[in-house]
Design a protein around this ligand. Structure first.
Ligand code: PBG
Length: 308
């Protein structure tokens, strides 16, 4: 009766990896229980999530072909664009969010256009515009830029408005830290930077005020939801943002957070369901409205069973 925070399947967003081919389900070794799906199997997984009461999925693409400029990212018939169309056709009530960032599509693995060993912010914006537009044209309900280039929310908003998608919201990865907890994700999509690191565009884990500034900027540029990422080591950032902004806040429990719990559970050192629920509840208690988590289905199953 006195519980202040409730967790429900409706608070969860399920990240999914999609690849080319048919009838393919490839395990991601550093993320036990997570897979790269071909579109036909992805649709089934998405439908299952929907049945469990999870309102949304977010899609990450694994293209067959990568190039220097990440052009497969904005192919109207690219793997994510086709996946969106198929899910919207078969499971129309499930919200489909797309990750907008070229790192999965570039040979160098960076989130921006590279010239002379440097990331070119403004040139990258053109790619992000096209990527967001082709996702919206395919039927995406929301786009989520995760690249951390400056000015990308304004650019994407402008592009979507001009293309007749003024009703498609933007969930901005606003406070995205240069975290070592993304390693399993980078194994999943083969996007580890070929040189250097992402510290010129992702945030220094030491900075909290900067996160608030990034969030303010993204809201000014037109973000509808702002995200803090990773989640558990940055609960203070979630809480501070919550006290300063009125729009919804999302938090991303990233691949490394998931893998740590899975690994400890496999060794018998932690009780997986309990730790999973405790971390998700903590993220909500800190102030997140929604949580992106690879545990979405497992958590939803437990929640459904505990509130018959
Ligand atoms: C970039 C992106 C990353 C993640 C989501 N979007 C990786 C990165 O910045 O290197 C990480 C998510 C996770 O670790 O679960 N497209």
């Amino acid at each position: 009766m006195m519980r202040e925070t409730e967790l429900s399947p409706a608070d969860l967003i399920y990240p999914l990896f999609v690849m080319e081919g048919e009838d393919r389900k490839e395990p991601i070794l550093s993320m036990p229980g997570q897979f790269r799906w071909s579109i036909d199997l992805l649709v089934k997984e998405a439908a299952e999530a929907h049945l469990l009461g999870i309102p949304a999925v977010i899609l990450f693409g694994i293209p067959d072909r990568k190039d220097e400029r990440g052009t497969p990212a904005y192919d109207p018939d690219g793997v994510v664009q086709r996946a969106v169309r198929t899910i919207k056709d078969r499971v129309p009530d499930l919200l489909v969010i797309t990750d907008v960032c070229i790192d999965e599509y570039t040979t160098h693995g960076h989130c921006g256009i590279v010239k002379d060993g440097r990331i070119h912010n403004d040139e990258t914006l053109d790619c992000l515009r096209l990527m967001a537009r082709t996702h919206a044209q395919a039927g995406a309900n929301m786009v989520a830029p995760s690249d951390m280039m400056d000015g990308r929310v304004a650019a994407i908003r402008d592009e979507l408005d001009q293309a007749g998608f003024s009703d498609i919201p933007i969930m901005a990865y606003a406070a995205k830290y240069a975290s070592s907890l993304y390693a399993p994700f980078r194994e999943a999509v083969a996007s580890s930077p070929a040189f250097g690191d992402r510290r010129s565009y992702q945030m220094d884990p030491a900075n909290a005020r900067e996160a608030l500034r990034e969030i303010e900027l993204d809201i000014e540029e037109g973000a509808d939801i702002v995200m803090v990422k990773p989640a558990l080591p940055y609960l203070d950032i979630i809480a501070r943002s919550r006290s300063q902004v009125s729009i919804p806040i999302a938090a991303y429990q990233v691949s490394g957070e998931y893998s740590m719990i899975k690994a400890a559970a496999q060794l018998g050192w932690l009780d997986e369901p309990k730790v999973m629920m405790e971390t998700l509840l903590s993220i909500k208690r800190a102030g997140a409205d929604v949580v992106l988590t690879y545990f979405a289905k497992e958590a939803a199953k437990l929640l459904i069973n505990s509130y018959p």
